[in-house]
Design a binder for this molecule. Structure first.
Ligand SMILES: Cc1ncc(COP(=O)(O)O)c(C=O)c1O
Length: 288
């Protein structure tokens, strides 16, 4: 079994879960999602992910199906039923099924889809050697803080990276601000200081980003949440990207230009190690 799905109150194998063509997620991308990683059966930073989900829902005027406690229980149950220790939990909530008219339908029931798949281990070599990135235009809408299922600009930019043999595409607005990656937040280390774009409508404020910033502060590092331009990126001592599934991934070339000595930097490796420790600490706390 590839994984399990929960749809309309029932658990089933993923391939059996079907949603109507009338779903507004299918018709309009009218919905939001979250991805949570479970380590040893425990969903890491679950509260932060659900806080972000609730915020995204609110901004689209969508209700949370059921309540928060029920959703937490559902996630735990789904992980348990999947039998996977390390898993990716995907949650999607759309406005529901209705005839295709743009304005919000009356009396519609949101569609909640939850899936759990085995988290495929990311090859260790990527962390040892670092990955490459390209820089491309940020063509997304103005509310990147909403974790909307409308991901077409991200998909196109990621495909551009893939075709260039790169791991990630780093997005830059027309005014020269580096915002984030297609599926990640971007960090730069320069003269011992950690830079990343500020929270707000231009980025999705990553849960991993927040944990990494917290760890860096704890280590006494100066953290600067301000936009920087692509020149800062390529002249950085270190670059790394973060997200729920890859955690802290070193980037060693940007547009084929080497970053530092083209090896994962010390700060990046240190933060990646602290992040792993944080996962363990979280698990221990959850078990108490
Ligand atoms: C555009 C974008 N930015 C940042 C992130 C990182 O978010 P998180 O660390 O919560 O996974 C993601 C994750 O999917 C993303 O899609």
């Amino acid at each position: 079994m590839e994984g399990i799905a929960y749809l309309e109150g029932v658990f089933m194998p993923i391939e059996k879960a079907k949603v109507s063509i009338e779903d507004r997620g299918f018709q309009f991308s009218d919905g939001v999602y979250e991805v949570i990683k479970a380590y040893n059966g425990i969903p890491f930073a679950c509260e932060a992910h659900l806080d972000r989900l609730e915020r995204s829902l609110k901004l689209l005027d969508l209700p949370l199906p059921g309540n928060r406690r029920e959703l937490e229980g559902l996630i735990d149950e789904a992980i348990l039923r999947s039998g996977f220790q390390d898993a990716l939990v995907y949650l999607q909530i759309t406005r529901g099924y209705a005839p295709r008219l743009h304005d919000f339908p009356d009396n519609v029931k949101p569609t909640l889809v939850l899936t759990v798949r085995r988290a495929r281990p990311i090859p260790g070599k990527l962390y040892e050697d670092g990955v490459s990135a390209i820089v491309t235009r940020d063509e997304r809408w103005l509310r990147c803080d909403i974790k909307s299922i409308c991901l077409l600009p991200n998909v196109l930019a990621k495909e551009k990276a893939s075709r260039a043999g790169a791991f990630e595409a780093i997005l830059v607005r027309d005014d020269g601000r580096v915002t984030e990656g297609t599926t990640s937040n971007v960090f730069v280390v320069k003269s011992g200081k950690l830079h990343t774009a500020p929270p707000g409508n231009w980025i999705l404020s990553g849960v991993t980003r927040a944990v990494v910033l917290g760890l860096a502060c704890r280590e006494g590092m100066t953290t600067i949440e301000e936009f920087f331009d692509p020149k800062v990126l390529v002249s950085a001592d270190e670059v790394f990207v973060t997200n729920t599934s890859i955690e802290v991934m070193p980037v060693v070339t940007v547009d084929r230009q080497p970053i530092g000595n083209k090896k994962p930097g010390e700060v990046t490796q240190h933060l990646a190690k602290l992040f792993k420790e944080e996962i363990l600490r979280y698990k221990q706390q959850a078990e108490i």
